[in-house]
Write a protein that binds this ligand. Sequence first.
Ligand code: FES
Ligand code: FES
Length: 165
Amino acid sequence: MITFTLNGALVKTDDTPDTPLLWAVRDTFKLKGSKYGCGAGLCGACTMHVDGEAVRTCVLPISAVAGKQVTTIEGLGTPDDPHPLQQAWVVHSVPQCGYCQSGQIMSAAALLAEKPEASEAEVEQAMAGNICRCGCYPRIKQAILAVAGSGDAPTVDDLAMEVTS
Ligand code: FES
Ligand code: FES
């Protein structure tokens, strides 16, 4: 039995220790926001936070998170209290098909937790490993920079004013 904290709640599972965290979260705990893309740690679609760090969970055995804090896109914010990045994603109409987006947001959230005013270069570096087949990269970067308040990107508040005025 493996015990860990999932989005703030203590959970237990008897999944085998080598079960990838992604499958435990999706199949055992029925949280489907984190996606399977490559299964080889190469695309970022499965990104979650483990003790605050962005991690590729398709290649992380669940035994590695025993006693740790796991956060998924479902735990990052709520409809009533969204994470600033989730607000920015809406304001900037970031997604196309949406498949990669939870991984993109989780990677960006880990970056901004560490560097709240990340520069454009730091955003590009941190996000380089998250693949988007739809090519939403410019809007992804713009939304992150809006939250970071760096570069020339308008802030979320600026855009909200444009929408409501
Ligand atoms: S599905 Fe995990 S990195 Fe691609
Ligand atoms: S929005 Fe379609 S893969 Fe990124």
